[in-house]
Design a protein around this ligand. Structure first.
Ligand SMILES: Cc1ncc(COP(=O)(O)O)c(C=O)c1O
Length: 373
């Protein structure tokens, strides 16, 4: 039985009527840009995230761009982040004219290492961007303590609805930092039927500025206080996301169940070990990722059985050709480089059946039982 890495059609079948009804309401209204559904979604995401403000935008990449522009980050500035993330985290730093400063990650969680951030801060550091990799929140309280007055932008593209115990209280993804950014790319736990993004903050001032930057930098139409972007969230995406939002908690809980199942079932199989979840975190498992020294051969073996997997991420960002100008040598981020050679994400989507889960486990076991590996 083939097992895809992600089966969006299986999810769509369960919510088809709700989503199509919501889409048709927008079609009938003929109001496609921002408007009422976007405002309702902004309110709902702010409530979910425990933030005062949420601002819809075109995608998670623009959310990072707008956040940095609102903090006046540009030429001559440095922004510290992890090299073990999706490209957008660092591409946007470059695109606002600033210099990405990469620091290595924690060998257990693969999230950014707070101590490494400490060593990289200079008088030119204007922000730190921790990423909630695979759905578990980065150690934001430690990052904030080290950053002091330097703003923290939480790249929460993969972690909407995740929580972390900070100072004895649960904090939602996006709640703790200066600014949090979400992506509604279809493969995210809350995915649209196209691109979408959201920015959250507790700051009234930053919210006002980010709303302005989202629509060409003008609070009033045709009057521009600064040069912004066209990064509006469209009403059709907001309608889909509003229809899906009530299911998010259940879907993420189901992902957690699948993850727990794999962790038990794969214990002691070859040299497989899952990426560690910090006990302070409740992950939403946007990905369930294992590590093994035989990663490439295992992936091939599973592909032969029709089991979909993915490597997030095969080449850390400090070694990407486009960042050669930054001058990072191979070996300069050993933890990230090692992880890039060992990680493999398995199917963990909420609609995964028990038979499919068993198939994945059997696929991994049969590889290591093969002997010669
Ligand atoms: C960590 C991270 N940052 C940023 C993004 C960018 O989001 P988008 O694809 O919506 O632009 C993504 C997802 O694609 C991501 O995983």
């Amino acid at each position: 039985m083939p097992v895809p890495l992600l089966d969006l059609r299986a999810q769509h079948e369960t919510i088809r009527d709700e989503v199509v009804g919501a889409l048709m309401d927008v079609v009938d209204s003929q109001k496609f840009i921002l408007g009422e559904p976007v405002e309702r979604l902004e309110r709902a995401v702010a409530d979910l995230s425990g933030t005062a403000h949420a601002i819809g935008c075109a995608n998670g990449t623009d959310a990072l761009l707008i956040a940095m522009r609102a903090l006046d980050i540009g030429r001559g500035d440095e922004v510290i982040t992890t090299p073990f993330t999706f490209f957008a985290t660092a591409g946007t730093i470059h695109n606002v004219g600033a210099t990405p400063v990469f620091v290595d990650i924690d060998p257990e969680t693969l999230n950014v290492s707070p101590n490494a951030i400490k060593a990289a801060i200079t008088p030119r550091t204007r922000a730190v961007i921790p990423v909630d990799l695979f759905g578990q929140i980065a150690p934001l309280e430690e990052v904030a303590a080290i950053a002091g007055a330097i703003p923290v932008i939480e790249d929460a593209a993969q972690s909407i609805g995740a929580r972390r115990k900070i100072g004895g209280a649960w904090k939602m993804a996006g709640e703790h930092p200066t600014i949090g950014t979400f992506s509604f790319f279809p493969s995210k736990n809350l995915g649209g039927y196209g691109d979408g993004g959201m920015i959250v903050t507790q700051s009234d001032e930053l919210a006002t500025r980010m709303r302005r930057i989202r629509v060409h930098g003008g609070a009033r139409q045709y009057y521009h206080d600064e040069v912004g972007y066209n990064s509006r969230l469209d009403a059709l995406q907001a309608a889909v996301l509003l229809a899906k939002l009530p299911h998010l908690e259940r879907w993420s809980a189901r992902r957690r169940e699948n993850a727990a199942f794999y962790t038990t079932a794969l214990g002691g199989v070859g040299d497989v070990r899952p990426v560690t979840i910090d006990p302070a975190n409740e992950s939403i498992f946007n990905q369930y990722t294992i590590r093994t020294s035989k990663r490439d051969a295992l992936q091939k073996h599973l592909a032969g059985k029709g089991i979909g997997t993915a490597i997030y991420y095969p080449l850390p960002l400090h070694l990407q050709p486009c960042f050669a100008y930054l001058g990072y040598a191979k070996g300069s981020m050993p933890v990230s480089e090692r992880a890039a050679g060992e990680v493999l994400s398995l199917p963990v989507f909420p609609e995964l059946t028990e038979a499919q889960r068993d198939e994945v486990v059997e696929g991994v076991r049969s590889f290591f039982d093969g002997g010669s590996r």
